[in-house]
Design a protein around this ligand. Structure first.
Ligand code: DOR
Ligand code: ZN
Length: 352
């Protein structure tokens, strides 16, 4: 029997673009892509066209989501250091605070001098997620020695940044980190073929960096797809927006790595379920699960993707291991490549 059951997977880092940029993705297409990729829960970033930096905007986003989602969705809150009065109001509604210390899509950079004030204003039991590279990692670690926040470094991609975080873990700081599938399965050499379709932040790295990530997987707490859809037309622009979609290809790539003995199924459960559930306070139940056919092989084709942007940097890649059926709370939500429930079936998550 080649079928196995995994607990419902959690993608702790997606950009579903709704509201504001629904030409790229919306809550229905994004959560459909999640189910197709074996995820039953996704956590959505706040860098919408109008960033989610007030309770009113968070509630508006939740209301829109409730009508469209087919997998469970939790939300992060955003800040550029000018909305402290909102922090208390979103307690329980936001699963974490996302801050951008380096340039990326959207204009959401924070002034590094306001970091300490933000750290002190945010409730210490809720994680702060950071887009931080190079010097910004040092800065944050130095600050963590003064404050008591729980810090999650998103999409760690270089040997030097991961080495810093390993040191911080050994020092006993409350720090976690994630890596993306593109930083595990692609290198900067792939840019030749991918062109602007391989442009994201952080960028693709050297073979040496990628090797270091694989070798130190035990220090990595989770896999985050950083699903960042942009339309094909947008990606063809000279000034291309950063980001690649990933919801439908992450688990298949990880399963293929299992078939090549580079990873185990237990690693996938730890990285895509147990750790994100623990770190972001997500309750799980045994009737929420994903049935995988380990022996099924197929090729990734753009035309079969459910994401609205309908492209992948992994198009043409041969995969071993396929999502067959997905259940949420006992209800069959996905089978045979199709979503089996109506928009609005799933839940918006809260944290007590
Ligand atoms: O490449 C990226 N795209 N990196 C990010 O951090 C943001 C994302 C986006 O929103 O498109
Ligand atoms: Zn992101």
């Amino acid at each position: 029997m080649s079928k196995i059951s995994l607990p419902g997977l959690i993608d702790p880092h997606v950009h579903l673009r709704d509201p504001g940029q629904t030409q790229k993705e919306d809550f229905y297409t994004g959560t459909s892509a999640a189910l197709s990729g074996g995820y039953t829960t996704v956590l959505d970033m706040p860098n919408n066209k109008i960033p989610i930096t007030s309770l009113a905007r968070l509630e508006e986003k939740m209301t829109i989501a409730r009508q469209k989602i087919v997998c469970d969705v939790g939300f992060y809150f955003g800040s550029v250091g000018d909305n402290f009065e909102e922090f208390e109001k979103v307690r329980g509604k936001a699963l974490g605070l996302k801050l951008y210390l380096n340039e990326t899509t959207g204009n959401f950079l924070i002034d590094k001098n306001s970091l300490e004030k933000i750290f002190k204003a945010w409730p210490t039991f809720l994680p702060i997620l950071l887009h931080a590279e190079d010097d910004a990692v040092d800065l944050v670690l130095a600050l963590m020695r003064k404050t008591r926040n729980r810090i999650h470094f998103c999409h760690i991609s270089t040997k030097s940044d991961l080495a810093q975080i390993i040191g911080a873990k050994e020092e006993g700081l409350t720090v976690t980190c994630g890596v993306t599938p593109h930083h595990l399965f692609l290198t900067e050499n792939d840019l030749k073929n991918l062109g602007s379709f391989g442009k994201m932040k952080p960028p693709l790295r050297s073979k040496k960096d990628v090797k270091f990530l694989w070798k130190n997987l035990r220090y990595i707490d989770m896999i985050e797809s950083d699903h960042a859809p942009h339309t094909i037309e947008e990606k063809q622009l000279k000034n291309t927006p950063f980001g690649v979609p990933g919801l439908e290809t992450t688990l298949p790539l990880l399963l293929t790595a299992v078939s090549e003995k580079r990873l185990t199924i237990e690693d996938i459960i730890r990285l895509c379920h147990t750790n994100p559930a623990k770190i972001f306070g997500i309750k799980t139940d045994s009737d929420t699960k994903v049935i995988i056919d380990l022996n099924a092989s197929y090729i990734i084709y753009n035309s079969l993707l459910l994401t609205k942007c309908r492209w992948s940097p992994f198009e043409g890649k041969k995969i071993k291991g396929k999502v067959s059926t997905v259940f949420i709370r006992g209800q069959k939500v996905f089978e045979g490549g199709k979503v089996r429930v109506n928009p609005g079936f799933a839940r918006v998550l809260f944290r007590g």
